[in-house]
Design a protein around this ligand. Structure first.
Ligand SMILES: [Zn+2]
Length: 332
């Protein structure tokens, strides 16, 4: 009975506190995490992200406004695995009382291919890992608002089914690419988890972080891979300057398969403004571009030379007609 009474009092106090103010504020560091949190919290919280849409979470520089927002937060959801090097200082400076949760807790971590003793942060690129992120968010939600436990559990089950369908969709799409052409070349190493899960080989121009400058040796390696595999397309990323990848595409006479979303969701017009839509759109772009046959250089030069022959022919006829015209005029 005493136990029951104390639960009653706690929930009355909580209800009173939240109905007096707005809904609790939940902050995801990056937009993918906030979107997962929105699916779990539903209408019981106000969910926002610290790094704006289109921003680069590796390189984020917090503003005084970010500190104010963090100060008001009731819960902060981070990726961890060295993704948000700026976060702990921001949390300390903000003076927030919010608990900080690592949403990747329990995922099978891949170590960085570029830095020794460092982990690759891009675990959300495997849709099965998104179930683990969401389960960690579910636990944090229940701890924060225990009166909505059933609601959060139900939201989690529904979202989990959607994530499992997404996972199967990606498996099917990648399997539809000819095996030799399952090579994904992008700006930075954000797709290792994706590649390992779905069976696609990865090459990148810049490494795991976006900080590092591309090395000439990396570019030479990329050119070599493109020639060896005959891969028909390479990809740019929404948060990274596309110049380097565009240059590699031009040098190798292959196409840009599209803009992929890795470290941020897209805006409302992008069709990639939720985690599930982002993963589906990436997969569609990858599968459609890599399924194509590579445009053979011979075909292009043949087209060009037939165009030249036609132009020369037409010009020749015009010159002959002009000559004939002047010759006739002179006779008169
Ligand atoms: Zn990244």
């Amino acid at each position: 009975m005493r136990h029951f009474l104390s639960i009653l009092i706690v929930s009355l106090v909580t209800t009173f506190a939240y109905s007096q103010e707005e809904k609790p504020l939940i902050l995801g560091t990056a937009s993918m995490i906030s979107d997962m949190a929105t699916n779990i919290f539903g209408d019981k919280a106000n969910v926002q992200n610290i790094v704006p849409i289109g921003g680069d979470p590796h390189m984020f520089e917090p503003t005084p406004k970010s500190a104010q927002t963090v100060n008001k937060a009731n819960l902060v959801l981070m990726n961890g695995l060295t993704f948000e090097g700026w976060l702990m200082e921001l949390v300390e400076n903000s003076g927030t009382k919010a608990k900080v949760i690592t949403t990747t807790e329990g995922v099978d971590v891949i170590s960085s291919v570029d830095y020794a003793n460092s982990s690759d942060p891009h675990a959300w690129m495997n849709a099965a890992n998104a179930v683990i992120y969401s389960d960690n968010i579910r636990k944090a939600a229940i701890e924060l608002l225990p009166e909505h436990t059933d609601y959060f559990n139900a939201n989690f089950e529904k979202y989990k089914a959607e994530l499992e369908a997404l996972d199967q969709y990606i498996i099917d799409q990648i399997n539809s690419i000819p095996e030799q052409q399952r090579v994904l070349i992008t700006s930075h190493d954000a797709f290792q988890y994706y590649g390992r899960k779905y069976g696609i080989r990865l090459e990148s121009a810049m490494g795991t972080s976006t900080e590092a400058d591309a090395q000439t040796s990396d570019i030479m390696q990329l050119n070599k891979t493109i020639k060896e595999t005959g891969v028909p397309a390479i990809f740019v990323e929404s948060t990274i300057n596309p110049k380097l990848i565009e240059q590699v595409a031009t040098d190798n006479n292959i196409i840009i398969g599209g803009e992929l979303f890795a470290d941020s969701l897209g805006d409302e017009e992008s069709g990639a403004d939720t985690y599930i839509k982002m993963m589906r759109q990436n997969t569609d772009k990858i599968a459609n571009a890599l399924k194509q046959e590579k445009k053979a250089p011979e075909a292009i030069s043949a087209e060009e030379s037939s165009f030249d022959a036609m132009t020369t022919g037409i010009l020749g006829i015009i010159v002959l007609l002009l000559l004939a015209f002047f010759a006739l005029r002179r006779k008169r």
